[in-house]
Design a protein around this ligand. Structure first.
Ligand code: ADP
Ligand code: GN1
Ligand code: MG
Length: 364
C-alpha cells in the first residue's frame, strides 16, 4: 500500500525541511521509513507505521514507550558527556499532543529521532561486538529496574510463554489450514520431542524461584545499535519491554549474536553457535548483572538460548502452517527456512550445553 508519507510526517513536530523518505531497516514487524532532512545540522527521523495486528492496543503500547524512553532519558541526563540524542530513543510528539497519530485508513504512526552514525548487525563477527551487546543489555535491565509507577502493560500477552506458543502450534497442526503439515514433519517431530523440557523456566517462575523483572523481550542483536567504533550505543525496538524472565533476553541475544549465520540461512551447514561469541556476550552481560541475579537465575542462564531459539522455531513454523500471517516474509517458504535454521541452532546449542554451563559458572 502506498502512503502519503509527507502528510504523515507533517503531522508531527519535526524540525527542518524533508529531502526524502524511504523504507529502512530489516525489522519483521512494523513498516519503517527513514526521513532525511536537507539541513546538515537538523535531525533525521525514523517514521513507523505500527503493526496493529501484532500490537492490538496502540495507546497502551505508546504509553509504555513514553514511560520507558522518559525514564532512560532522565537517567542519562545525569551522566556527564552523555549524548541524549544517540544513547536513548527520542519520540517526536505529534501535533495532536500525543506520541502517535491515526491516519484515514486506520493506520497508526509514530516518529523517533534517527540515531546518526550507528551500526546495526544482523550477524556478529567478533567477540568484542558480542561483549558490547551483553554489557548494553545488562545495563538496560539495571536502568529499568527502578521504573516508577504501575507495572508496564503487557503489549503482547504470553509473549515468551512456551506453553502457550506450543498450544498455538498444535492448533495450527490440527487445522493444517494451507496443507503444509505433511511436508514439515521432520521439523514438527523435532519440536514435539522437546516440548516438556522447554517448560522449565516457566515452572521455576511459577514456583517463585526466579523473579519477573522488566525485560526487553526482543534482544535480537540488530536491536542493539553500536557506534562507529562498535561500542554499545542504544537499545531500540522497545515495544515488548514488559515483565519477563532474564533468560528471555539473554537467550534471544545469544540466538542472534552467537549464530555463525543469518536467522534464515538456507545452507544449514553454516548454522551453529560459536562458543567464543557466547562467552564474550556472557562476560559483557554478567559484568553488569552478576550482583543482581539470584542463584537460580544464574544456574539456568545457559538454558535461555536453547529455550528462545526453540521458541522462535515454534513461532516461525506456526506462522508457516497458518499461512504466513504474522511475520513479514520475502519469499514463499521463508518462515519454514527460518524455522529450520533455528532448529539447527538449537541442536548446536544442545551439543555445547555443558560447555555453556561451565562458562556461566566460571563467570559468576
Ligand atoms: P521492528 O519491530 O519492525 O523490528 P524496529 O523498531 O526494530 O522495528 O525498527 C526497524 C529498524 O529500523 C531497526 O532494526 C533499525 O535498523 C531502524 N531503527 C529503528 N529506530 C531507529 C532509530 N531511532 N534510529 C536509527 N535507526 C532506527
Ligand atoms: C520480531 O520486531 P523484530 O523484527 O525486531 C519479533 C521477535 C522475534 C523476531 C525474529 C513483536 O522482531 O519476537 O524474535 O522478529 N517481534 C515481535 O527475528 O513479534
Ligand atoms: Mg527490530
Amino acid at each position: 500500500m502506498k502512503h502519503d508519507l509527507r502528510k504523515i510526517y507533517n503531522s508531527f513536530n519535526i524540525d527542518g525541511s524533508v529531502k526524502n523518505a524511504g523504507p529502512f531497516g530489516s525489522g519483521h514487524i512494523h513498516d519503517t521509513f527513514r526521513v532525511e532532512t536537507v539541513e546538515k545540522e537538523k535531525d533525521d527521523y525514523i517514521l513507523q507505521r505500527l503493526n496493529n495486528r501484532v500490537f492490538k492496543n496502540i495507546p497502551e503500547l505508546q504509553e509504555n514507550i513514553e514511560r520507558v524512553t522518559g525514564h532512560l532519558y532522565h537517567k542519562l541526563e545525569s551522566v556527564p558527556g552523555a549524548d541524549l540524542k544517540r544513547e536513548c530513543l527520542n519520540l517526536i510528539p505529534a501535533r495532536n499532543g500525543k506520541s502517535w497519530i491515526e491516519d484515514e485508513e486506520g493506520g497508526f504512526w509514530r516518529m523517533f529521532i534517527y540515531i546518526p552514525n550507528h551500526r546495526s548487525y544482523d550477524i556478529v563477527d567478533t567477540p568484542e561486538k558480542a561483549f558490547e551487546g551483553g554489557k548494553a543489555i545488562g545495563r538496560f535491565q539495571a536502568l529499568l529496574s527502578d521504573l516508577p509507577g504501575k507495572p508496564l502493560f503487557e503489549t503482547i500477552p504470553y509473549f515468551h510463554n512456551i506453553a502457550k506458543r506450543l498450544e498455538a502450534f498444535i492448533s495450527a497442526l490440527k487445522s493444517d489450514r494451507v496443507g503444509r503439515v505433511k511436508s514439515s514433519s521432520e521439523e514438527i517431530d523435532f519440536i514435539l520431542k522437546r516440548s516438556e523440557e522447554m517448560k522449565i523456566i516457566l515452572k521455576l517462575g511459577n514456583e517463585g524461584m526466579i523473579p519477573l523483572r522488566i525485560t526487553h523481550n526482543d534482544t535480537k542483536f540488530n536491536n542493539i545499535l553500536l557506534d562507529e567504533k562498535d561500542k554499545a550505543l542504544c537499545i531500540i525496538d522497545l515495544d515488548t519491554v514488559m515483565p519477563g524472565y532474564v533468560h528471555y533476553d539473554f537467550g534471544d541475544a545469544i540466538r542472534t549474536a552467537a549464530n555463525t549465520a543469518a536467522e534464515d540461512e538456507k545452507d544449514l551447514s553454516k548454522v551453529r553457535m560459536d562458543i567464543r561469541l557466547f562467552k564474550a556476550y556472557s562476560e559483557g552481560y554478567l559484568s553488569e548483572t552478576r550482583d543482581t541475579l539470584n542463584d537460580v537465575e544464574k544456574e539456568y542462564l545457559a538454558f535461555g538460548p536453547q529455550l528462545i531459539t526453540y521458541t522462535m522455531a515454534v513461532r516461525f513454523l506456526t506462522d508457516y502452517l497458518d499461512g504466513d500471517n504474522y511475520y513479514k516474509i520475502h519469499h514463499e517458504h521463508h518462515n519454514l527456512e527460518r524455522a529450520k535454521a533455528q532448529l539447527k541452532l538449537v541442536r548446536s546449542m544442545e551439543e555445547q550445553y555443558s560447555a555453556m554451563q561451565d562458562i556461566i559458572r566460571e563467570l559468576c
